[in-house]
Ligand binder design. Structure first.
Ligand SMILES: *Cc1c(COP(=O)(O)O)cnc(C)c1O
Length: 377
């Protein structure tokens, strides 16, 4: 299969680039002794898990179906976390997870008897400090419901807990900032941590970013683990999948209203939702910084403000031309939706040997099925 023959829109996951990230993950593990579990809420295209499995230790989840998916398709250690479990969730998940992490002391008290003897039990703590660019994604934001705050901890619970989880970073590319958070946690919660078997430090540590000092991170993690006598975990999502995947689209029209807009056969609201939620414009592979021809890359949804970005090109764009919307895997493929009844992008993987393999494709029946399965009679 030649990429130019694939029908747009489609995602192309590149194995080479994925392995580049995974090799960095392996180095971090080897140097630090930390275990890494993939955060499925960021990326759960299980068709490529055979590539990822040899490098990571398992998966972590944010909801019950992710636990099941991790258990079924990834294996290794399955961590189950949820901000709010129902009793049914706990019963279903307890049999297939290795660690069950509760978000509050009330959920821990209500459900621990359903988990004991089946899985290791953990509690999420909120360190009260964080590193996150946007308030929406900041676990230590005001009135945060994520984890137990220090002044609310009942010290008695640590005697019957196996571990705790902290998650307080979002795309943190600054190793010193992370080490600062580690020190703060060690100082504030250290005497509690000393009583545990494991501590997870969550996700959001961007150790695959070019130039990231993995040695420094590894040394700090190793020292922290040894100081408190715990097995450390990180829960990377975006760091594993970053820069591996393009969303490939076709220009279907060009219109002009003071600015030129190239309309493509995809939409941020349906296929790249975080562009909209976090107001972070996409990058286009074909663009050139000093290009003379500037366009809004507009979506084909009916939402007035739905655009991927503004980009400049050396040559004018033409109808029928393909564009690569870069870095479109993390928090993207997991959020695809059918808004406007647009064609859903297919998903392909380009293997290291050049072969292109189809992982998923969708048709009208898939769209129809999500809306109703039965009609009133
Ligand atoms: C979102 C999340 C992660 C993954 O975060 P990334 O920024 O994708 O690394 C890990 N753990 C928890 C608890 C999360 O909520």
């Amino acid at each position: 299969m030649n990429p130019t023959e694939l029908k747009t829109p489609y995602f192309l996951i590149e194995e080479d680039k994925l392995i580049e990230n995974l090799e960095k993950a392996k180095r971090l593990k080897d140097l630090s002794g930390v275990k890494l579990v993939l955060a499925l809420k960021c990326f759960s295209t299980w068709g490529v898990f055979d590539i990822i499995k040899p490098y990571l230790d398992g998966t972590t989840s944010s909801g019950p179906f992710e636990v099941k998916l991790g258990h079924e398709t990834f294996g290794g250690e399955t961590h189950a976390y949820s901000v709010g479990y129902s009793e049914d969730d706990v019963r279903e998940v307890a049999d297939i997870c290795d660690k069950m992490i509760f978000n509050s002391q009330s959920q821990l008290t209500a459900y621990r008897h359903l988990v004991e003897g089946k899985a290791s039990i953990g509690l999420r703590l909120n360190p009260g400090v964080s590193y996150a660019g946007q308030d929406l994604a900041n676990p230590a934001r005001k009135f945060s419901r994520l984890g137990v705050h220090f002044d609310q901890i009942d010290p008695e619970i640590f005697a019957s807990l196996n571990g705790v989880m902290f998650h307080m970073n979002c795309e943190n590319k600054d190793v010193d900032a992370f080490v600062g958070l580690l020190d703060a946690i060690s100082e504030k919660f250290g005497s509690y941590l000393d009583q545990l078997e494991w501590v997870s430090l969550g996700g959001g540590v961007f150790f695959t970013w070019p130039g990231y000092d993995i040695e420094k991170l590894a040394a700090a993690l190793k020292a922290f683990g040894e100081r408190h006598g715990v097995q450390l975990y990180l829960e990377p999502g975006e760091a594993i999948i970053t820069k591996t995947t393009d969303l490939v689209v076709t220009v279907v029209d060009i219109v002009e209203n003071e600015m030129k807009t190239a309309i493509v056969d995809s939409a941020t609201e349906a296929h790249r939702l975080d562009t909209l939620i976090y107001n972070e414009p996409a990058s286009i592979g074909e663009a050139s910084e000093n290009g003379e021809h500037t366009y809004v890359i507009g979506s084909c949804s009916c939402l007035a403000g739905d655009q991927f970005c503004v980009a400049s090109f050396d040559e004018p764009l033409k109808v029928g031309q393909r564009l690569h919307i870069l870095d479109s895997a993390g928090y993207t493929m997991v959020k695809l939706n059918w808004f406007n009844g647009l064609r859903m992008p297919s998903v392909y993987c380009q293997r290291s040997n050049g072969d292109i393999q189809l992982l998923n494709e969708f048709d009208y029946q898939d769209f129809k099925r999500t809306l109703s399965q039965w009609s009133v009679s």
